[in-house]
Ligand binder design. Structure first.
Ligand code: AMP
Ligand code: MG
Length: 199
């Protein structure tokens, strides 16, 4: 049976690190795990049409364009998951409950996306504003100037919860909050594994 877990969190919260550890451990424990980054699928689609060169340009595009790429990404991810053979299959989606666009906050998990992905659970990875700030600064490969003031991070942490709750309600997926404290990636990863095992 395919189980889908959607993982969200404010940019810089350390989602990708937690997911890398959790994926490795789940594979070692006999699961067939496919970890995908939603932004990769959007980027691939938008790059082909020459609209953007980097992932951090996506959220500045016109919303109609982002919406089109979002739909393509959700569909492609679901069909990739469904093609995975085996009976202990876990699809993990690294994505966002909310995106800070130029127009305003915009849902990363609206009904159309949730109907494609069909997650059993939405996991929100959280950390303190200070931890997020310093992780963003360390990640030199990314452009996040539009997200990295303290006030923006504090607001995003709050807004992110509201959007995740809304996505849980409209989809019927469970919602879980996991702390990714400094130096404790392993603990966060273990908590995520427990969630997967309880589905
Ligand atoms: P990330 O690498 O996770 O920060 O994602 C890169 C970019 O992909 C984000 O800044 C968004 O523009 C876009 N993105 C990721 N997930 C979603 C989603 N579910 N809906 C819309 N845009 C998304
Ligand atoms: Mg990431």
């Amino acid at each position: 049976m395919l189980k889908v877990v959607v993982v969200v969190g404010v940019p810089g919260v350390g989602k990708s690190s937690v997911l890398a550890v959790a994926t490795k451990k789940l594979s070692e424990r006999g699961y067939r795990v496919r970890l995908v980054n939603f932004g990769d699928y959007m980027l691939e689609y938008l790059r082909k049409s020459g609209v953007v060169k980097s992932r951090d340009q996506i959220r500045s595009l016109r919303l109609a364009t982002q919406l089109e790429a979002q739909k393509v990404a959700a569909r492609d991810i679901r069909s990739e998951f469904e093609a995975l053979p085996g009976d202990r299959v876990i699809g993990i989606v690294d994505t966002h409950a909310v995106i800070k666009t130029q127009l305003g906050y915009w849902p990363g998990l609206p009904l159309a996306v949730l109907q494609e992905l069909k997650p059993s659970v939405i996991v929100v990875i959280e950390a303190s504003p200070d931890e997020i700030l310093s992780r963003q600064l360390r990640d030199s490969g990314r452009y996040r100037a539009d997200l990295s003031s303290r006030e923006t991070i504090e607001e995003l942490l709050q807004i992110n919860r509201y959007y995740a709750i809304a996505s849980s309600v409209i989809s019927g997926a469970a919602l879980r909050f996991i702390q990714n404290s400094e130096g404790c990636v392993e603990i966060a990863a273990e908590e995520l594994i427990k969630v997967v095992e309880e589905i």
